[in-house]
Write a protein that binds this ligand. Structure first.
Ligand SMILES: [Zn+2]
Ligand SMILES: [Zn+2]
Length: 347
């Protein structure tokens, strides 16, 4: 089968590999659409999570797929009591928890210190086939399109960000960044009853998209003073800030954007150390919360898409055939203009 491997820092290449064995508790899947996410770019270009992990690894972790084979010990039922058979369409939670530690026992599988992860430590979905543990698989509802199925994972992440933000009806929310995950977070925040929502991004196209989706203001941080604009628009500071970038400029600013008693959610993945002035955090009893991927948000994400509460396609920039996926990865990394890129398998 054909697969896209990370073979070194910044080096992705097509490889011819054997079709993976479907273990007794696994499902062998044939991917339909795969998303390119900032995490994949961090893995490829910044060696995220791969300090002591040898290359190569098949990349990719957000996808929809068809079940090709069901493992001999899979009892036919997966999450939600759904019977699973060959031919069913599915999506997959890419975190592979150990199932044995205290965090796993408490259901906090995204905090499992022994976790593996598709496309980072385990061979992922940028391939003709991928084998995954059956208990990480969700069947896609019939009315949820294949393409949208590849966007369930990032939407589930956005729901986790909003869960951590604990948005209450009418809360003012600042979303730092206008990338695809930020645009999904914006939609979830609005659907959750947020009041004034403000998005910041230096790229005009992303600000325009945020306004189209329903943001009340979109600030260009290159031309405007974000702190004073946010204070002006929210009457002294927002209730909540959700940071979706992970760079020094936005992270160091978070605490200044909320009012005393406000909450900052750190969703972006920083690639290095970021200095911050935390005096206001102490004096203002400001909460600073980290958020990591997803934990049980997949069913809610699928329901929000089905019910039309969120339109995952708005964050989608382009669909590239599998044969051009490596160019797609490069473009997504190099251009700040590009939103979500999705790979179409078998094309
Ligand atoms: Zn992702
Ligand atoms: Zn564990």
């Amino acid at each position: 089968m054909k697969a896209i491997q990370k073979q070194g820092t910044g080096r992705a290449a097509y490889a011819e590999l054997p079709i993976p064995q479907c273990g007794p508790k696994d499902l062998l899947l044939k991917p339909l659409y795969s998303g390119i996410c900032a995490t994949d770019l961090h893995v490829l270009y910044h060696d995220l999570g791969q300090g002591d992990k040898p290359f190569p690894v098949v990349m990719g972790h957000e996808f929809s797929a068809v079940v090709a084979e069901v493992g001999s010990e899979v009892d036919g039922y997966i999450e939600g009591g759904t019977k699973i058979e060959a031919g069913h369409r599915v999506t997959v939670e890419p975190i592979l928890p150990c199932g044995k530690c205290e965090y796993c026992h408490r259901g906090k599988v995204n905090l499992c210190p022994n976790m593996s992860h598709l496309g980072i430590y385990e061979n992922g979905c940028y391939a003709d086939f991928v084998s995954v543990p059956a208990n990480r698989v969700h069947r896609l509802p019939d009315n949820l399109p294949d393409l949208a199925g590849a966007l369930v994972e990032p939407l589930a992440c956005a729901i986790n960000f909003v869960d951590k933000a604990r948005i209450q009806p009418g809360n003012s929310v600042v979303i730092l960044g206008g990338g695809s995950i930020a645009q999904l977070t914006l939609q979830v925040a609005l659907a959750s009853g947020a009041g004034t929502v403000i998005v910041t991004d230096p790229v005009a196209k992303k600000r325009e998209l945020a306004l189209k989706i329903g943001a009340h203001a979109a600030i260009d941080p290159m031309r405007e003073d974000v702190v004073s604009r946010v204070r002006e628009l929210t009457g002294g500071g927002a209730d909540i800030v959700i940071e979706c970038v992970g760079v020094a400029a936005t992270v160091s600013q978070m605490v200044q954007l909320v009012h005393r008693g406000g909450r900052c959610v750190m969703a972006g993945i920083p690639t290095g150390k970021i200095p911050m002035d935390l005096l206001d955090l102490v004096f203002g009893e400001i909460e600073l919360v980290g958020v990591m991927a997803t934990v049980w948000q997949f069913p809610r994400a699928m329901r929000m898409i089905e019910l039309g509460r969120v339109d995952v396609r708005v964050a989608l920039d382009k669909v590239v055939p599998f044969s051009q996926a490596i160019e797609g990865l490069k473009e997504a990394f190099e251009s700040s203009e590009v939103g979500k890129v999705v790979i179409q398998h078998g094309a």
